[in-house]
Ligand binder design. Structure first.
Ligand code: NAD
Ligand code: TYD
Length: 361
């Protein structure tokens, strides 16, 4: 049975990836989820798989060398899928150091521990071992608002925020391990994800929650910035396919050609909420464009991101499955049906879940 070490599996994309992998492989794989449970880590996201024999949760910080070494020593890890990171641009502008520590130092520790566990005396690596570093298109910087330029794997790195600079640094470390040691790794650079379990500091869940509660919908700058949105399951599928069909040492961009201006996203959410909420729901009266509030722009706000996914399509055979129209409706429905999840996130109650869940272990 193949054993996966997933870092950051209690976060948004990591938890969706774990769900995806168990749906796809069921009992054919084993997953060890290593997560520090920062404010963004929520074990409630994985409640339904908690009892599986082939799933283990380890609370650990990826910068803690001894803790990570122990996971490798106690388990014969075949695959690493490295999600753990500080992920929010606005937080990185306020507190760059935690981003450098987790994203750069943490990635270095992960690489080193995997190398130590997988390297043979002649400097080659044990058969079948693979490390996938999950990264972002934000490392490429910002595109002009021309609708014709794209990020390719060959686009020079030009990060602007402390978040993207720290992710770029971690990508370079992975590239250095590939070039120096022939370390068996891949990097994926994906566009903005949306879907269930996203922490409500990010645009889409924040707008859904604020609209339902009749709170202002903060639009940074003029709302004309463009992001390229991908449904989170399509990202999970891309990661799995790169590990299965990709060529070791290569980088793959993941994106589904779905560019939207922020203001369009906000208006789509409002329209969809109006459509989905029954007239009897008192929250429906809150949902209005009057809530849209233009606020000061984000410092260094990147104008446009857009991925060219040609390489992953051609070489890996990946195609996105969920259109934005379907995905956004599914996502909004999920948040409407998981109002308590959202409330516990906002109140901070979700952080008690670990203590309750693991107190007798
Ligand atoms: P997230 O913030 O929702 O989750 C991050 C997870 O990592 C949390 O569970 C957190 O507890 C854990 N973590 C943080 N620091 C840790 C540490 N020091 N040790 C162990 N665990 C730690 O992030 P996300 O949106 O799920 O992003 C996951 C990865 O995907 C990140 O590497 C991010 O750069 C990348 N990515 C995100 C997007 C996006 O749109 N969200 C797009 C492309 C790439
Ligand atoms: P975000 O979800 O933080 O993702 P990223 O910065 O990684 O792309 O933001 C998406 C876009 O939405 C970005 O252009 C900033 C903008 N935004 C707002 O206008 N208002 C908000 O309250 C937030 C959180 C983001």
């Amino acid at each position: 049975m193949r054993t996966y070490l997933v870092t950051g599996g209690a976060g948004f994309i990591g938890s969706n990836y774990i769900h995806y992998m168990f749906r796809k492989y069921d009992n054919e794989i084993r997953i060890i989820n290593v997560d520090k449970l920062t404010y963004a880590g929520n074990l409630e996201n994985l409640k339904d798989i908690e009892g599986r024999e082939n799933y283990t949760f380890v609370k650990a910080d990826i910068t803690d060398k001894e803790a990570i070494r122990k996971v490798f020593a106690e388990n014969d890890i075949d695959r690493v899928v490295h999600f753990a990171a500080e992920s929010h641009v606005d937080r990185s502008i306020k507190e760059p150091e935690v981003f450098v520590n987790t994203n750069v130092m943490g990635t270095c520790v992960m690489l080193n521990c995997a190398k130590e566990a997988w390297e043979l005396p002649d400097g080659s690596f044990k058969e079948g071992k693979k490390f996938l570093h999950v990264s972002t298109d934000e490392v490429y910087g910002s595109l002009p608002d021309d609708g014709t330029s794209y990020f390719y794997e060959t686009t020079p790195y030009c990060p602007h925020s402390p978040y993207s600079a720290s992710k770029a640094s971690s990508d370079f470390l992975v590239k250095a391990y590939i070039d120096t040691y022939h370390f068996p790794a891949n990097i994926t650079n994906c566009s903005n994800n949306y879907g269930p379990y996203q922490f409500p500091e990010k645009l889409i869940p924040l707008i859904i929650n604020n609209a339902l509660n009749g709170k202002a919908l903060p639009v940074y700058g003029d709302g004309m910035n463009i992001r390229d949105w991908l449904y989170v399951d399509d990202h999970a599928k891309g990661i799995d396919m790169v590990q299965e069909n990709g060529k070791l040492g290569e980088t793959y961009n993941i994106g589904g050609h779905n560019e939207r201006r922020n203001i369009q996203i906000i208006k789509t959410i409002l329209e969809t909420l109006q459509e989905l909420l029954p007239d009897s729901d008192p929250r429906k009266a809150n949902v209005s464009e009057d809530l849209i509030t233009y606020v000061a722009d984000r410092k260094g706000h990147d104008k446009r991101y857009a991925i060219a996914p040609d390489k992953i399509r051609k070489e890996v055979g990946w195609e996105p499955e969920t259109t934005f129209e379907v995905g956004i409706k599914k996502t909004i429905k999920w948040y409407l049906e998981h109002q308590e999840w959202m409330e516990r996130c906002i109140s901070g109650d979700y952080q008690k879940y670990y203590e309750d869940m693991y107190k007798n272990r």
